[in-house]
Structures are given as C-alpha cells and as structure tokens.
Design a protein around this ligand. Sequence first.
Ligand code: ZN
Length: 215
Amino acid sequence: MSCFLLVACQSQNKKTTFIITSEQIKHLSEQDIEAIGTQVCVEADKRSVIANENSRLNKKLQMLAQTLPKKINNIELTYKVYLNTDPNAWSTVNGCIRINSGLIKLLNDNELQAVLAHEQAHIALKHAIKSFRLAPYVEITNKDVVILVKKEVAQKYEFEADYYALQLLMSKNINPIGLVTMLKKIPIHSTTNTTKSHPSKIKRIARILDRLGNK
Ligand SMILES: [Zn+2]
C-alpha cells in the first residue's frame, strides 16, 4: 500500500483527490498512517504563512512548549505559529503541532499550555490512527485529509484528550484550570473542520470541572 505517497507527487495547484477504501486502510501500517500525517503537515506548512523564528509569537510558543514533554511515544514534537486570525490549533500523528496567531493572541499563557497539552494528548492517544482505522474511507486532496468519524467517537476522543491534558498539566505543576478558561474563550463557530467535531464546550467544561472536583 503506497497510495498515500501520491499526496507528495501531485502538482501544486491542481486539486486532486484520492480515496483510500476501508479495505485498503486495513493494509496500512501505523507507519503508513504516520507518513500521511507527515505529508499533511508539510503541505499545510507550504500553504501557510509561518511566523518568523525570532518573532515574539514564535518565541512565546517555543517557551511554553518547553514546559511540556518534548517527545511523545518517541516522536519529536515540532511547533509552528501560523499567521492566521482564526483561533485554532491542530496536530498530526507524527508530532506536528500548529497554532494560529489568532489563538495565541486570544489566550493567556496558562490557557495556551492547556491547548498544547490537549494537542499532545491527541498524539499520545493516537486518535488520528484510530480514526483512520474506523473510517469507511479516507479522502486525500492536496489541501486536506478528510476522515469521516462518527460524532460519538469524535466526542469521546475530545473528552479523552481533555482528561489526558488535565493529568499532564498537573504532573508538570501547571494549573489545569486553563483547560476550562480556554474553552470558554474559544468561539464555537470556527471555520476549520477540526473544531466542528468537538463536542459542545459546555459538556467538556463540565467534565473537566468534575474531574478537578474529584481530585
Ligand atoms: Zn481536540
């Protein structure tokens, strides 16, 4: 199985779509799916305006990242700031974590640490790999990888990531309340599909507070 490699071979401007069927997905190894993640990240970096290494925004992100683990499951994490007003963050299975400048401007340091911990959780818990395995098919274009995930599954992953982040923050002596205040600040209607699958903020906040109360 090597159809994922096609993503790398496309010409830049032509929109091309590849479908990986559920039958083909069965034959993909974890490494194959990681390779797709790598490609998604490379393509997103090419299409985005990345904040300069010495910029205030990038320095802030790298400084906050230093307070959390640098590797997960032996995967080195890489962080970049995209100059984009949409307050969003995402990660791919190969350790790529990207934060929009709009989010950095919206949140305080504690809340940004919560965002990073939440993204680390998705990588640690291999949510992208699990989503791939469960998907009826995966659509790869030169702009996006579309994985159909049932709403309940997507919600479960968000709760799991919040809980993992909560424990991670506490293990680093970082106040986990940032997970709650961050969610309160993030607008519900974001333009990106990563946030569409996120369960209602109210439910997530309630669950986090419940966990905190039970400590
Ligand atoms: Zn998430």
